[in-house]
Design a protein around this ligand. Structure first.
Ligand SMILES: [Ca+2]
Length: 186
């Protein structure tokens, strides 16, 4: 039932392709609409490691699906963005890579094809290859059961990752989310 051998100490989620999301608990979600949505979030405002990772998708060519075109990682009231083509912005301003921001505990590097934004204190990694693949990784010990968003709650139960926008459990096999402009799924 469980399949976390490789990443048992991490909550790890990938959104790739057109896009398919493999949640932290191993569920597969298929998101085809064009919108901005919350991939992963810890909302606890008292926790300095609270964060939000949002992705924005776009149509490409005439295909009836969509692709990740941008990821926004918000932590400590700063928004770190990776754009299609791998440009990086901090609070909306383009910045060169690499960046080592000691005060913010942020390191931004290029690793192979991807840009990786790492919060060193909270141990959160957010990466985007500038084309379609977004990855979020955070420690299981800190975030298990506390996070929300398309990536699921990282409680090692994949069945409860199939939630619709109202928090109702959807049938896994029937789950092909088609989101509208405001289809913000949590
Ligand atoms: Ca779960």
């Amino acid at each position: 039932m469980f399949s976390f051998d490789l990443f048992s100490e991490m909550c790890r989620c990938v959104s790739a392709g057109d896009p398919h999301i493999r949640t932290t608990d191993g569920a597969m979600l298929h998101v085809m609409g064009v919108c901005k949505y919350i991939l992963s979030e810890l909302k606890d405002t008292k926790d300095p490691c609270a964060y939000t990772v949002e992705t924005t998708t776009e149509k490409r060519n005439s295909r009836p699906v969509s692709y990740n075109k941008r990821v926004d990682f918000t932590i400590g009231n700063v928004v770190y963005s990776i754009l299609k083509g791998s440009d990086v912005m901090i609070d909306g301003q383009l910045v060169p890579v690499p960046q080592n921001l000691d005060a913010e505990n942020i390191v931004i590097t290029r690793e192979e094809r991807s840009i990786v934004i790492r919060h060193t204190k909270c141990e959160i990694d957010v990466s985007y290859d500038g084309r379609h693949k977004v990855m979020v990784q955070a420690p299981f010990s800190t975030y298990s059961g506390r996070v929300t968003g398309m990536c699921g709650n990282c409680n090692r139960d994949k069945e409860d990752d199939y939630m619709d926008g109202d928090g109702n459990l959807a049938k896994p096999r029937a789950l092909h989310y088609r989101l509208g402009q405001n289809g913000n799924l949590r």
